[in-house]
Design a protein around this ligand. Sequence first.
Ligand code: ZN
Length: 436
Amino acid sequence: MQAVILAGGKGTRLAARLNGRPKALVDVDGVPLLERQLLSLAAQGVDEAIILVNHAADQIAAYCTSRNAFGLARLRLVDDGEPRGTAGATLACLPDLRDRVLVVYGDTLFNIDLARFVAAHERSGADATLFLHPNDHPHDSDLVEIDDAGWITAFHPKPHPPGVPRANLVNAAFYVIERRALEAWRDATTPCDFGQDLFPAMLAAGSRLFGYNSFEYIKDLGTPARLDKVTDHLRRGVVARASLAVPQPCVFLDRDGTLNALRDYVRGPGDLVMLPGAAAAVRRLNEAGRRVAVVTNQPVLARGECTPQDMRAIHAKLDGELAGAGAFVDRLYLCPHHPDAGFAGEVPDLKIACDCRKPKPGMLLSAARDLNADLARSWMIGDSTADIAAAKAAGVWAILLRTGEGGRDGRCDATPDAIADDLAGAVELILSASRS
Ligand SMILES: [Zn+2]
């Protein structure tokens, strides 16, 4: 595997921390960032790196030589001569690229399973795969929209118009790209940026771009505050623990009656009203390093009372409400099925007895697999007996809430491990249980 590292940035915002060094060599807890990047790539099978440099290239060259190219078989510096933008600089060295290339931004610290990322790209057959994740500040991030199969359908670069709910899925600036997909753009006007210019143009021209949504660690450290945050994460083990190889403590959340008020049914974004304190409770889970997955039965889809587009709009609203409190969910799973026929406008394909509709544990088991859940340290929080029964079937701890149904639905005979007044109370229970 070949990697291109975009290290041409001057690092103006980071100047006070650079002591005259180029941004790529910024000290991150005692080790230059470029070294951290190259060692991680080399350890995961990258054998060649092309570093695109501009500012203070001689210092980067001298450092790489002093470190024996970090064990890579080939390491080259290419001076892009002029500021061409991230995509422009990559296109300028097209003749040097192999058939498939990993593109890494020189100001990011990451802990990403490359083999898994590239395998997902290969399986999809995409022209390019973008690493995506929700974050706690989507309002000033470049957002991406994907369909249910993971294909990218739209780019929404910042700034975002107020009042338009968008799913919290951020372009983290880490890509695997097929060289053939770039050929047609070799003469693109520069400066040309991947996220702002090239990918939107490729999408419009019919390229197939895949979104890889993962909670693994990647953050840019382009400002002193971000550098401090990443350094703190390294020291506290947050970066290491975010590896998919490490079993994750997860919290599975029901939606209606747990996060948002229980109504007849939520059929559009206007029907979704958050319960008091719910978003702040999710933020506490995010900050405590718990993976959060929503698992929700949505039979309105099978009954034809809500289209998949409506459902995406509802969840964009949910993401926006959570983001307003600095919170996010790592993944959302929904069961669109319903077993009983006889509704006007129903969708016959979804009228099945499935394995995912709670109280069956299918959604929790899928989430547990995708997130590498540590079941003994994972919890389900919900307001109905079906939530509790699903939790027990999946082998996780269960907390019943007094909000929503408050366990009065009588659907299942299942005993929760604890009962809490609301989501905030349940989160307090979980976090204090882990402290004791
Ligand atoms: Zn289902």
